[in-house]
Write a protein of this length. Structure first.
Length: 597
């Protein structure tokens, strides 16, 4: 990790490497900022307490994958540099009545799926939209995170913004709606919002030559992240499904050796994909371009159009913003009619299953568009997050993934997932893939190894539970563990079957219930197995078990939640309302955690 020429003795270097390897990404990031902003520059860093009374600022966040939390922490650091007495709070720890206590308020909240609040913010969001309190003394600004590929882009942030205004709060700086590439937009918003609050009473100087928000990471393991991924070698790839299946699920193993990256069970791996050559070629053809043209890409520089489309830009996800830019470029009356306010249903129907290439074929002029104009239509290619399927204790310097290749037909044409088929079709064993680890504090094993755990993970949702089970097995934890797994067919689709059997023998796994939906006339899913085992499920919950769900959000997660409610109702002798309150309490105490997508 540390080069031989670093100014440390061999013994010091070994000690430092061992310490850094044991730190979480967040710990290394904090340490890098602290050293570069303070001790590394030889500067005495003042604090608001030392400089005098500072203006109080509260930053609240609601997060699904952890991005809002990270931005809240960065915002607090910058605010403290400017002299604010900043505090960060998760909305899951607040009630709407608490907002009246905050004179200066920043809200950073993500939208999950198509308009829903993050799991941790669901209760607060529901209560807040129905609140009727006086917030006239509150000054605020909102930063909303979302994904423009969804119709209800940044809806949760919009809800917070409008409700604060309706309750009398003063918006001091306009809401910032951020797409998946959110860093620059957040920096711009934060600078404007902090300035709008007026000068704080005590300013804390930043070190000279510091980077974003007053510090620059050290040139070490902390440097690897979303903006600077580590090129990990693909050391192993195994097709998990048997001959005759309709599924294509791969097990990938990547080497992290030399990166200094670490992770915990429940974390995700960010994969930086590339677009498939045939997809790029189809887009070039629709735009009447050959790909050899030189274009300018923001934060990248000059590249050939083909390289830019393959490596840097999202060439598939069709959204209203993309169509709006295309209409401004082409002046298409047909497209203008589709984007009209009274044509939302028609637009929704058009967007379903279509790619950007379809819009170019339908609306671009016959002569095509210029290379640079094509680039302006497209957002940056976002990385994909996959639940990590391994424990570092069981596989040092490795990270494993369980990925289903997405392939389907839409409007009579073949389609495929960008990242899943990048790994399956374009990356061969021995090739390198850009990756980074992504911390997920909302999906964690219990602090005590004696606590029972119940895991529900059909299909690729089983990935983090492979990590959970390996981790507990390596540590020799005695807490009971129970896995519900489901897929289509026992013969073809029992992912990691031999491993689960080994874990049952070793005691790392105590109970295993499976549901294979296509092996009998009636379809059987994991929620059905839960209901069949309702008495034991309730007994485990009464013993303090933590309940985990990972996988499909559109139907499975809802069905599992309904089954769990039924178990609590019937076995606990509770009304529907009491059962719902019981599950809410499990969520608040981190005993009910979900990682759904």
């Amino acid at each position: 990790m540390l080069p031989d020429h670093s100014p440390f003795s061999p013994e010091q270097r070994l000690t430092l490497e061992q310490l850094l390897a044991s730190f979480s990404p967040a710990q290394r990031f904090w340490l890098a900022g602290y050293l570069s902003a303070g001790e590394a520059s030889g500067m005495q860093v003042a604090t608001p307490a030392a400089a005098g009374a500072a203006t109080k600022l509260t930053i609240i966040y609601g997060t699904e994958s952890g991005n809002s939390e990270k931005l809240a922490d960065l915002s607090a650091k910058e605010a403290k540099k400017r002299g604010f007495q900043a505090a960060v709070k998760n909305v899951s720890d607040l009630t709407p009545t608490d907002l009246a206590k905050f004179d200066h308020l920043l809200v950073i909240v993500s939208t999950w799926g198509d308009g829903d609040p993050p799991e941790s913010a669901t209760s607060f969001h529901k209560e807040f939209l129905n609140a009727s309190q006086d917030l006239s003394k509150v000054k605020y600004s909102v930063c909303a995170l979302g994904d423009t590929s969804y119709e209800k882009f940044c809806q949760t942030g919009k809800d917070f913004d409008l409700r604060l205004e309706a309750l009398g709060a003063e918006r001091v700086f306009a809401r910032q709606d951020c797409d998946v590439d959110y860093e620059e937009a957040h920096r711009t918003w934060l600078d404007g919002a902090l300035s709008a609050f007026g000068p704080a009473k005590s300013a804390v100087p930043a070190s000279e030559g510091s980077g974003v928000f007053g510090f620059a990471p050290l040139a070490s393991a902390a440097a690897y992240g979303k903006k600077n991924p580590f090129n990990a070698e693909l050391t192993e790839r195994v097709l998990l499904n048997g001959t005759g299946t309709t599924k294509e699920t791969w097990h990938y193993e990547l080497s992290l050796q030399g990166s200094g990256l670490s992770y915990e069970p429940g974390d995700a791996l960010g994969v930086v994909p590339q677009n498939a050559p045939d997809v790029v070629e189809a887009l070039l053809k629709a735009a009447k371009l050959n790909g050899a043209e030189t274009v300018e890409i923001k934060d990248v520089g000059s590249k050939t159009l083909t390289d830019a489309l393959r490596e840097d830009l999202d060439v598939t996800a069709l959204s209203r913003p993309v169509l709006t830019k295309l209409q401004e470029l082409t002046k298409s009356k047909k497209l203008a009619a589709l984007l009209a306010d009274d044509a939302k249903d028609k637009l929704r129907d058009y967007l379903w299953g279509r790619w950007i290439v379809d819009a170019l074929i339908d609306f671009a002029p016959k002569k095509g568009i210029t290379a640079q104009d094509l680039v302006t239509l497209l957002r940056k290619l976002p990385p994909r997050l996959y639940s990590i399927a391994s424990s570092l204790l069981a596989h040092p310097d490795e990270v494993h993934l369980t990925v289903a290749s997405v392939r389907y037909q839409a409007h009579g044409l073949p389609r495929k997932g960008v990242a899943s088929t990048y790994l399956a079709d374009l990356v061969k064993q021995g090739d390198r893939v850009g990756v980074y680890t992504h911390e997920n504090k909302n999906f964690r094993l219990p602090a005590s190894g004696d606590t029972p755990i119940i895991m529900v993970g059909p299909g690729t949702g089983v990935a983090p539970f492979r990590a959970f089970t390996e981790h507990r097995g390596e540590l020799g934890h005695q807490g009971k563990s129970w896995l519900f797994f489901g897929d289509q067919r026992y013969t073809y689709d029992f992912l990691y079957q031999m491993e689960w059997q080994d874990h049952l023998k070793s005691g790392a796994l105590n109970k295993l219930d499976v549901a294979f939906s296509r092996d009998q006339p009636e379809k059987v899913y994991v929620q059905h197995r839960m209901l069949e085992r309702s008495k034991d499920l309730w007994a485990w919950l009464q013993e303090g078990a933590h309940f985990y769900v990972c996988g499909d959000a559109s139907r499975m997660a809802h069905d599992v939640n309904e089954a769990l409610l039924t178990v609590v109702e019937k076995q606990g002798g509770k009304s529907r309302e009491a059962a719902e309150a019981y599950l809410e309490e499990l969520k608040k105490t981190k005993r009910y955690q979900r990682d759904v997508y």
